[in-house]
Every structure is written in C-alpha cells, then in structure tokens.
Design a protein around this ligand. Sequence first.
Ligand SMILES: Nc1ncnc2c1ncn2[C@@H]1O[C@H](COP(=O)(O)OP(=O)(O)O)[C@@H](O)[C@H]1O
Ligand SMILES: CC(=O)N[C@@H](CCC(=O)OP(=O)(O)O)C(=O)O
Length: 257
Amino acid sequence: MKQPLLIKLGGAVLENEQALSNLFTALTTYLETEQRPLLLVHGGGVIVEDVLNKMNITSAKKDGLRITPFDQIGYVAGALAGTSNKLLMAKALQAGLSAVGLSLADGFSCKVTQMDPELGAVGISSANNPDLINHLLAGGFLPVISSIAIGDDARLYNVNADQAAITICELLNAELVFLSDVDGVWDAQKQVIPELNTQLADTLIAQNVIQDGMAVKVKAALQAAEQLGHVMLASWKNPENLVSLLAGQAVGTKVIK
Ligand SMILES: Nc1ncnc2c1ncn2[C@@H]1O[C@H](COP(=O)(O)OP(=O)(O)O)[C@@H](O)[C@H]1O
Ligand SMILES: CC(=O)N[C@@H](CCC(=O)OP(=O)(O)O)C(=O)O
C-alpha cells in the first residue's frame, strides 16, 4: 500500500458549504489520478462553540485548548463525533467517496490520558493499534475521524484535533497536510512564512506572533515533522492547490524539524 495521505481539516470549513463541496471535488479528482489511501481527521471547534452557546455555557480556552469540564463533555462529543463528523460524511458520500465515520477510540486505534486536571476532560492521545484503519484503507474506504477519545477509565475525552491528527499520523506513518482557514503561518506582517523550523517557530510563539490555535497547530506540526521530515500547512479555501502542494510546490507553509 502507498503511504497514506492524512488531511487534517479545521472545523471552520463546516460553516462554508461551497468550500466544503470544492474540497471534496478536489479530493475525488486527486484520488482518481493518484489512487492513494486517504483519510481525514477533523476539528469542529466552531460547532462546539455553537452548541455550548445554545446551552448558555461560556467556554474558555487555555493556551489554545478548550477547558472542558466533565459535565460538558457530552455536548462536546455530540458536536465533534456527532454533528461535525456526520456533516463531513454527508459531503464525502455526496462526492462519491466511501466514507466511514470514526473517533479516536474505534478499534483501539488511539489511547488517551487526561492532559491536566485544570482542563477537565481534555485528553492527550497516543498511537495504539492501526489495524482497523489499515483494513479500511486497504478496502478503499475513506476514514473520517473525529478527535473524541475514550480513556482506560471509560470516560470520554476531548482531544485537540491537530494533536489527534499527529497521533493518527504516527499510527500510520502517513503524510500530513493541515488545511485551515488561513493560507499558512503568518509572520508579524501577516505574510505567509514559506518554511518554518523549530527555532523560528519558538521565537514567533514567544513574541505572540503565532498564537492560540495556530500555536497548538505549529507545535503539533513540528512534532510530526520529527518523524516525517516535513508537514504542510495550507488553506481549505484553495483546494485546487492541493495537487501542487502535494507535489512539493510552494503553497502555504512547510514546517520542517
Ligand atoms: N501567526 C499566525 N498565522 C496564521 N494564523 C494565526 C497566527 N496566529 C494566530 N492565528 C490564528 O489561528 C487560526 C487558525 O487556528 P485554528 O482556529 O485552531 O485552526 P483550525 O480550526 O483550522 O485548526 C487562524 O484563523 C488565525 O486567526
Ligand atoms: C481540547 C480542544 O481544544 N479540543 C478542540 C477540539 C476541536 C478542534 O480542535 O477543532 P478545530 O480543529 O476546528 O480547531 C475544541 O474543543 O475546540
């Protein structure tokens, strides 16, 4: 089997019907020419916000990670493993892709432990058993994976979707592309940085030029680049760029170790 391609989709795409359709059209075309195993790991922070707002719950983040009290995990799991996952499934199926909706727990794919008691039901995931996902890929299915996990304590955990993506990437040794709502990582002048290494990333994070969710994403990308050599970060707003991006052309930000 060829090296799988893992695309991590930021949740904001779920609020952009046209971008989502364009993305799945581009992916279908890519798969027709490349015939390569493909899987998606997705976020859905915007859907979580929406659900919590409707419940009159104000949600806070610490260092880009959502503080998730255990009595809110049901809403968060519903928003991520439910609504977000099924909205993406719907688009994938509509595009003719044989999608299968999963979470990190299915088939014991990933393990999770509590990250920090202050964050509540926030988990840190680790790779465990690739068999289920490999079976699906070998069968020509498209796994669509949410970042909800189940701990050894049988509790549900909310894992940041960028961190979930690198765990799945480690599990399968997949090539990794992060697609977000921005065209790459910006410098202080909001220009896309073509190539980002650990040293530059540390400096820009310390200067708050890279912050919030992007700081979490860049740290995850650097961790994955340790194993993979590089990780690409681009926008889901230009899915037609995906082919050039995968061919190594200058699109978005290339994160190297
Ligand atoms: N230096 C930066 N470059 C680009 N985006 C940044 C930067 N610092 C902070 N951001 C913010 O990070 C957001 C992307 O992170 P996040 O919302 O977590 O994405 P996703 O939902 O795709 O995982 C951007 O929309 C932007 O507002
Ligand atoms: C712990 C934590 O922060 N979990 C995230 C999971 C979803 C996510 O990461 O979504 P995006 O990729 O769309 O940002 C959250 O609750 O928002």
